[in-house]
Design a protein around this ligand. Sequence first.
Ligand code: ZN
Ligand code: ZN
Length: 421
Amino acid sequence: MLNEAEQKTFAQKLENYADLTIKIGVGLQPGQRLIIRAPIEAAPLVRLLTAKAYQAGAKFVDVLWQDDALILSRFKYAPRDSFEEFAAWKMDGLRQVVEQGGATLRIYAEDPDLLKEQDPDLVAQAERVAQTQLVPIRRITMANLCNWSLISVPIPSWAAKIFPHDEPEQQIAKLWELIFQVCRVDQPDPIMAWQKHIQQMNTKKEYLNAKQYVALKYTAPDTDFTIGLPEHHIWHGVEAVTAGGITFIPNLPTEEIFTMPHKNIATGVVTSTKPLSHGGVLIKNFSLTFEEGRIVNVTAETGEATLRKLVETDEGASYLGEIALVPHSSPISQAGLLFYNSLFDENASSHLAIGKAYPFCVENGTEMSDEEFAAVGGNNSLTHVDFMIGSAQMNIDGLTHNGTPEPIMRSGEWAISILDF
Ligand code: ZN
Ligand code: ZN
């Protein structure tokens, strides 16, 4: 607890957040270009980030603005047969910057209910077109060929969803405080707090990398699930390094340690522990059944049509591409709120992802062709969507080569013996 004299003002915290984003998040280097994607509501933060970027030596900063209202207008009034249209020039611009050694920052915030009333087929079509257009840029970011980061910002529609009983001004203020808290910006020295967090997460990564378990077994209410890990898989978390040696943090906040599964080895049933906000639709209380890695059955209390469309995006969308471990005691989980935003919700809970695997999660993965990556168990897809399965009731075991289970998590918390120091 800070005493009153140590309490930071909002302006100080915002400044710390911007500093943290540019220095530790993006890891911006002098002479780099920076391209930012942001909702228009984020303009004050974007101006501050731009100033910080130039102060850090950025050569040129520019912004691609996004606006939920324009997206909604399109779904309401655009011709029904026009949803293959896409502003490809924006993606070309983004790609040009990162291919020439620049960095990218995405400020992600959207109305979780934006497309709730819209035709799920059109929503899925627009999503598929966008994901297809994003393939080249994703290939770069998912292989960490450039330094990049993803942060968030309160916008009225999203804040209202989290705090429905407050006045609009209060909703925004509360969401800011929450973001500052889970990003450790409210701590006396946020950068030092992150260095400590990085250190602790590195210890866990190194332990799991040395273990090289062949599979993980999950047990929890309505979950009984075993998933294979490829040979030479690599656990990652918090900090990443580009091929050129720039250190950055892809997500602020982040509490996860993650790797990729073997796409053809998964059996059993997993049940979600938090709703999934996807394409403006909330998917609640859903279960996925797996055989030989493939999703063979889907059920959901709400949003089942959207979930089915997601799984049918392409062949790879019915397989998994990420396994992530997050303790139930993570600061985001302790906030006890549903954020309706994957950047936060995924860091509140152990999760899996439907779709594409990160090539850097297996040795030499970034140098492999798609065929070679598939041959070692890597999944490819246009989509990558995290869904939450962790809870205080979840136990996870690692299976060794001879099939012996060793505890990794018990009752939602880390249970690996190294963690005592
Ligand atoms: Zn994740
Ligand atoms: Zn993910």
